[in-house]
Design a protein around this ligand. Structure first.
Ligand SMILES: [Zn+2]
Length: 72
């Protein structure tokens, strides 16, 4: 009977260890979605900062809106 209890405890321990090791790797995969969002100063469209066109303190969704807003 003692052997059966030891077996159940061992299986529970292995199961617990597997859950502990899997959790960190599955949660660290969403970092790419936390990129800064900016809105176009001309039309207000929201887009990732890396895709926006920066002009001074403002961001624009496309080159045309940047030109329309800041004629030089
Ligand atoms: Zn725009």
């Amino acid at each position: 009977m003692a052997r059966l209890i030891f077996l159940v405890v061992a299986i529970a321990l292995v199961y617990w260890l597997l859950r502990r090791f899997r959790r960190p790797s599955s949660e660290s995969g969403d970092a790419a979605q936390t990129e800064d969002m900016v809105s176009c100063a001309r039309c207000g469209l929201n887009l990732p900062k890396s895709e926006a066109i920066a002009s001074g303190d403002d961001y624009f969704c496309c080159e045309a809106h940047r030109r329309e807003s800041k004629p030089e």
